[in-house]
Structures are given as structure tokens and as C-alpha cells.
Ligand binder design. Structure first.
Ligand SMILES: [Ca+2]
Ligand SMILES: [Ca+2]
Ligand SMILES: [Ca+2]
Length: 339
């Protein structure tokens, strides 16, 4: 009888422990802390409500840890320094910098010196989400990502002294959604480097661009020079790039002979100074599905077969190219190229 009582007691204890663990896990996941930033705020406020907001993003970022959400309210926030995002969120407890609902804040880095170190946001950490911001006039990249599992969405990036949004140095599994990057221009190097978007100079796997637009950048629209891993691009546009002395490719899908099997679907390139879609010495196999090139100098330029396999073009259309398309070593299904 006593034995039975003891085993019932042990059973009940186990149930209680299990339910406590469940509650704690649940609380940990729900423990989001909200901070507010307003141009009319004050950094000596607690920042915990929109009536007592911080004045600067710099102050709010000192509070950033997994599960923190920072709401940025209307106004222009000037910063002469880089926001270095080194903390880590986690899956389901990301660290978020978001526009407050219905607000359209602008982060202006005009006061930064023009220099390679003058990035606007430098995301070295993991699991950040940046959404709803206009980011302009950084001395180098508007956003540079070297971390993993970050998301940038619904942002407008313009007027930066190098590529608007760049991933490199091992950045992996980042997702860029509905971002426009335009009028970026590296004046001191005659526009040779500033792309709209880049995943170049050694990225990790799993990076995705979707519904992004690169317009009027001095160098290329999208640049995957020496990526080192495959990048996927969906529903995106690269048009009128190649201002000043830049290369002027819409989608530059390679560089320096790395073999990166990039995938582009439903992308369009219009009016770029050089090529709409350019292999640029990638030795991997490129897949293009439903991509259109219009009014570029050359719409599609793929002059070499991959080192193994074939490129694959499906439902792609070339129109009004100034010169002939170049397609070598490819399986072509239902496309119209200028030959
Ligand atoms: Ca630079
Ligand atoms: Ca260039
Ligand atoms: Ca470039």
C-alpha cells in the first residue's frame, strides 16, 4: 500500500515538473520586450511605451537581445556611426527593428565619412529582422550582412557609397524580401563597385532574394561575384544599372571562376548598360526560369558551358537587345533568344 502511495506521489511530481517545464518554455517563447524610438523621445526614458520612447536607435540597441522588438516611429534619424548588430536572436525569438505600424521612419547616414568601414547597418549577428525602414546615404553599404538567418524586408535603400545591401564573409540563410535598392554610387571609384544587391566574396548557403528591385545603381543590379555558394532569386527586377563607369549588368551571376549553381525565377532585366543576365566566369550551372531581358546591350550572355552538367533556361524571353544573346552549354526549353 505504502509502495503504491509512493509511486503515485512520484507520478504526480513528474507531472508537475513536466507542466512547469512546459510553462517555462512557453513563457520563454512569449517573453517579447517592446521598445519604442521617436525623434521627440528621450534616451533617459525607459523606452517601454510609445509615450516614453527613446530618442535614438543607438540607445534602443543597447537593450537588444533574443525576443526584443524595437519600434521606430516617424521622422528622420541621423547617424554618423554604424549600427553594429552583433547580438543573436534565435528561431522564433528574433531581434526585430520595425517601423511602428503606419509609420515610415528614415535612417540617414549622410554624416558618415565616405569609407569602406562606414556601413549603415552591419549585421554580424543571427536572427535579426529589419523591416519598414528607409536607409540612405551610408558611406559604404546601407546594410552589410555577414551573419546567418537574418531577414530584411519592406525597406528602401538609396544613395549609399557602395552596394545598397551586401552579403559576404560567410553570410548564410538570409532572406531579403520586397527591398528596393537604388541610386547607390561609389563616386571615388567612378561607380565601379556600388550594386543594388550583392551576395559576393564568399557567402554561405541558403541566401534568397524575393520581390526585390535594383534600379539606377552605378555598377550592377544584383552581383554574385565569387559567391562560393548558390543564391536563389525570385520575382525580382534589375533595370537601368550601370550609371557612370560601373559594369552595368542587371544580374551578374558569377565571378572569379567559382562554381555556384544559382537559380533565378521570374526575374526581369531592362535597359541595363551592358548585359541583362551575365554568367561572368561562373563555372557552375545556372538555372533561369521565366526570366525576361529587354533592351539591354545584350540580354543574355552565357558564353561558357559549366564545368559539369548544363545551364538550363526555361520559358525565358529576350526582346529588343542591341546585340545577340550568347547561349553555350545549355538545355533550352521554350525560350526565345536573339541569335
Ligand atoms: Ca566600399
Ligand atoms: Ca564593377
Ligand atoms: Ca558589381
Amino acid at each position: 500500500m505504502r509502495k503504491r502511495k509512493r509511486s503515485i506521489a512520484m507520478f504526480m511530481t513528474c507531472i508537475m515538473l513536466a507542466s512547469l517545464l512546459f510553462v517555462n518554455a512557453h513563457l520563454a517563447k512569449a517573453a517579447t520586450t517592446y521598445y519604442y524610438v521617436s525623434v521627440s523621445g528621450n534616451d533617459s526614458n525607459d523606452g517601454l511605451s510609445k509615450d516614453k520612447p527613446f530618442k535614438t536607435l543607438t540607445k534602443a540597441l543597447t537593450k537588444a537581445s533574443a525576443g526584443t522588438t524595437i519600434f521606430v516611429m516617424n521622422g528622420t534619424y541621423s547617424s554618423s556611426t554604424t549600427f553594429k548588430l552583433t547580438a543573436n536572436g534565435s528561431s522564433g525569438s528574433e531581434i526585430k527593428i520595425l517601423n511602428y505600424s503606419g509609420h515610415a521612419p528614415v535612417i540617414d547616414f549622410s554624416s558618415q565619412p565616405y569609407a569602406d568601414s562606414s556601413r549603415g547597418f552591419q549585421i554580424a549577428g543571427n536572427y535579426w529582422i529589419i523591416a519598414g525602414l528607409t536607409i540612405k546615404n551610408a558611406g559604404d553599404n546601407g546594410i552589410h550582412i555577414s551573419g546567418n538567418n537574418n531577414r530584411v524586408q519592406d525597406c528602401f535603400i538609396t544613395g549609399c557609397g557602395d552596394t545598397g545591401l551586401q552579403m559576404s564573409n560567410g553570410a548564410s540563410n538570409n532572406r531579403i524580401t520586397r527591398v528596393t535598392s537604388t541610386y547607390n554610387y561609389d563616386s571615388k571609384t567612378n561607380g565601379e563597385n556600388a550594386d543594388g544587391f550583392a551576395a559576393k566574396l564568399n557567402v554561405g548557403p541558403g541566401n534568397i532574394f524575393e520581390n526585390c528591385t535594383a534600379l539606377y545603381n552605378s555598377d550592377d543590379g544584383f552581383d554574385f561575384y565569387q559567391a562560393g555558394n548558390a543564391v536563389k532569386v525570385y520575382n525580382s527586377e534589375a533595370s537601368y544599372n550601370g550609371v557612370s563607369d560601373g559594369n552595368g549588368q542587371g544580374f551578374k551571376v558569377g565571378g572569379n571562376y567559382t562554381a555556384d549553381n544559382h537559380y533565378l525565377e521570374n526575374c526581369k532585366a531592362i535597359g541595363n548598360r551592358s548585359r541583362g543576365f551575365d554568367l561572368n566566369n561562373n563555372t557552375g550551372a545556372i538555372t533561369l526560369v521565366k526570366c525576361t531581358g529587354t533592351s539591354n546591350n545584350v540580354n543574355f550572355n552565357f558564353p561558357k558551358a559549366p564545368s559539369s552538367g548544363k545551364h538550363k533556361f526555361t520559358d525565358c524571353i529576350s526582346s529588343n537587345g542591341k546585340n545577340k544573346d550568347v547561349i553555350v552549354g545549355a538545355t533550352v526549353v521554350n525560350c526565345s533568344f536573339k541569335q
